[in-house]
Write a protein that binds this ligand. Structure first.
Ligand SMILES: C[S@@+](CC[C@H](N)C(=O)[O-])C[C@H]1O[C@@H](n2cnc3c(N)ncnc32)[C@H](O)[C@@H]1O
Length: 662
């Protein structure tokens, strides 16, 4: 019997029952609980399914009982990516290797995704080895900025198979918390910093939409992204401004599943897993996959993926979809994709068990009324005749022992012709959609908008800038009072304007301007750092070329307000109006600042400063240390507020959501 991988005591309960000090039987002094990594039904089930060679069973079991290595990837589109990888390797790898007891913790690049790394570094190793603590600190700061993302290795596969282009329309049906959404967005931005396509990130759960917008996408603001809150099985038909149907080039159906491949990081599954977990989700999984296929263009591709290794949630769903499509869909052979990734082929035979591990060979064997609704025809493997056309072996299953990861299933599906799919109504269980609120309308700027005169005059913006893609989220009558202006690309704008009455759109585009009420400025609108990416090349005023020395002096300054007198650029800066001024050096990223009568202050976060310094080759070890303690403080506060939010009503969450875009 294996005991390990401890779980933090539930923070909320600790607060609620006021029994923080009282130790339960299976908790140690730190409040961690031992998990027993055994489940007889699970072992028997996977011994019988034949999803990997029988002789590998012991390796499979041992891998699931080990802790999961940490994996992370550097952001695909970040121009500093190579430099960051170089910095990580040169600063930490040699030093870790020299320390023989943690030498194994040197992160290794994944053979099938060179910008992604895996390391067995554990919390306790980080606590006891300063060099690992420094590496950890480096990774955390860069993750805060969205320059790298901590993500399970197998979860990186679906976007890589979809490989969206910058002009593609992509629909991510079950998107929260959003690691794959970010990866898809990065891929759109990889080819073109201002892509013309879009990613629609959807999730049925309002709280999880909030997490997606507020935590995940916060690190990757893009004018090409929309967040919607809909039941994916009933995702509405999308139209353009002429009311013509719009379909997607790429669809990701990373559906809700039992998560039985995530045992290594979700230990509670050990205790409660039964075959019922998969049986209960099969219908909704088919309904979501079907809707995904309906939303796909002819020639477009969809990934159906789960973090379950169970054929009932995997091949059975894909088989039913292919069956219904009558040739309109085909499975794409993925065996030559992502060379270096070890995988098993999808299977065409599997076994159907009920909750109590009773085996059923066909639907006719189901006699109990209560089971007739659960054990349905589509759970069973295809006939040999059917299987020949389905090519289920083209799909891939990652088992945990192949390369020390979680378990995962991925099928790549192409739409060959427009089809009968439309005829199949969503027959999955419906989410009871509560319309709790009226979504704030999106109001795009018109040419005569006085806010545009103000912004254009102050920043000297070229006429070629698409001011009409700026919008606020207020009803038109009080639109002029809105606190923020957002920016969307043409595709997002069209999506929003043509569909906002029938799709619950929670968020679109990115924040470009915020209203200020300060004394010194001559505009009411302050530019945001992320807005520079789109606006800089159109600006003719309020931007100043400065020396590298001045830039470093500002970024290194311990106080935020730097005296203009101390900088060589003071003359040029003073020629600008007070308020937002963008400063830039030849090659480096422009930085948004706030200029007062005597001072200039970079208008960026501490992490951004640190990153810019790092990219300029400055040794940041001391600043990193300082920020680490601040981060710890903030994490404690965040835990408190998350626990409070868990208890919040959907109305509260909606209120916060609308604050994000108001
Ligand atoms: C496996 S998670 C998705 C993980 C996500 N793709 C990522 O990479 O971060 C499944 C998500 O599906 C959502 N979900 C469940 N049922 C849904 C439905 N009917 N429609 C849309 N989303 C649904 C859940 O709220 C959950 O966030």
């Amino acid at each position: 019997m294996v005991h390990s991988n401890r779980r933090r005591k539930n923070f909320k309960n600790k607060r609620r029952d006021g029994q923080g000090e009282q130790k339960e039987d299976n908790r140690d002094k730190n409040g961690y609980r031992d998990v027993i990594k055994e489940n007889e039904k699970y072992w028997t089930y996977y011994k019988e399914q034949g999803v990997f060679p029988a002789e590998q069973f012991d390796e499979f079991k041992a891998a699931l009982q080990r802790d999961l290595p940490v994996s992370f990837r550097f952001q695909g589109c970040h121009k500093d990516r190579e430099q960051l990888i170089h910095e990580m390797e040169s600063r930490f790898f040699g030093a870790i290797q020299e320390s023989s007891d943690v030498a194994v913790c040197v992160p290794k690049s994944l053979p099938w995704y060179k910008e992604a790394y895996q390391t067995p570094m554990s919390r306790s190793a980080v606590r006891s080895h300063p060099i690992l603590a420094q590496l950890h600190n480096f990774l955390v700061t860069e993750a805060e900025l969205g320059n790298l993302s901590r993500q399970e290795a197998v979860s990186m596969i679906p976007p890589l198979l979809l490989a969206p282009k910058s002009d593609h329309r992509v629909l991510d049906l079950c998107a929260a918390p959003g690691s794959k959404t970010t990866q898809l967005l990065e891929m759109l931005h990889e080819e073109d910093p201002n892509p013309t396509g879009m990613v629609v990130a959807n999730d049925v759960d309002m709280k999880r939409c909030y997490m997606l917008i507020h935590h995940t996408l916060k690190r990757f603001r893009s004018a090409a992204c929309v967040v919607t809150c809909e039941d994916a099985a009933r995702f509405p038909k999308i139209v353009d401004q002429n009311e013509s149907k719009v379909q997607f080039d790429r669809v990701l159906a990373d559906v809700i599943c039992s998560g039985d491949g995530t045992l290594r990081k979700n230990p509670e599954i050990w205790k409660k897993w039964t075959p019922q977990d998969g049986l209960g989700l099969h219908r909704i999984q088919i309904a979501i996959a079907r809707k995904g296929a309906q939303q796909l263009k002819v020639g477009g591709q969809m990934v159906y993926s789960t973090c379950s290794m169970n054929p009932i949630e995997d091949e059975a769903v894909v088989a039913q979809l292919l069956r219904e499509s009558k040739g309109a869909l085909r499975l794409v052979d993925t065996s030559n994709m992502l060379p270096g990734l070890k995988r098993e082929n999808g299977v065409s035979k599997w076994k159907v068990y009920d909750r109590d591990m009773k085996l059923f060979n066909s639907v006719e064997e189901v006699t109990e009324e209560r089971l007739k609704k659960v054990i349905i025809q589509s759970l069973f493997p295809p006939t040999e005749e059917e299987a020949k056309d389905m090519n289920l072996h083209y799909a891939m299953r990652i088992t945990p022992h192949l390369q020390d990861t979680g378990g995962f299933f991925v099928a790549l599906i192409e739409k060959v012709t427009d089809s009968d799919l439309e005829a199949n109504a969503a027959n999955g269980p419906a989410w009871k959609k509560k319309k709790l609120f009226k979504d704030e309308p999106f109001t795009f700027l018109r040419k005569d908008d006085e806010r545009w005169f103000d912004i254009r005059g102050f920043y000297g913006i070229d006429d070629s800038f698409k001011y009409e893609n700026l919008f606020s989220r207020r009803i038109e009558t009080n639109d002029a009072d809105s606190r923020q202006l957002f920016f969307a690309n043409d595709t997002v704008k069209d999506f929003v304007l043509s569909n906002m009455t029938k799709v619950s759109i929670q968020n679109a585009g990115m924040k470009m301007f915020s209203r200020t009420e300060g004394k010194v400025e001559s505009t009411r609108f302050r530019l945001s750092q992320e807005g520079i990416r789109y606006l800089f090349k159109f600006m003719n005023k309020q931007k100043v070329l400065i020396s590298k020395e001045d830039m470093l002096k500002m970024l290194k300054s311990e106080v935020n307000l730097v005296q203009l007198e101390s900088l060589d650029c003071k003359g040029d800066v003073r020629k600008q109006q007070n308020g937002t001024v963008v400063v830039y050096c030849e090659e480096d990223e422009p930085v948004c600042t706030w200029v007062g009568y005597h001072t200039i202050a970079p208008y960026i976060s501490k992490e951004e400063r640190l990153h810019l310094l790092r990219m300029s080759g400055v040794d940041c070890a001391e600043i990193e240390q300082l920020m680490k303690s601040k981060r710890k403080e903030k994490a404690a506060q965040d835990r408190e507020s998350f626990a409070a939010k868990e208890e919040a009503s959907p109305e509260d969450v909606k209120e916060e959501l609308s604050e994000v875009q108001n």
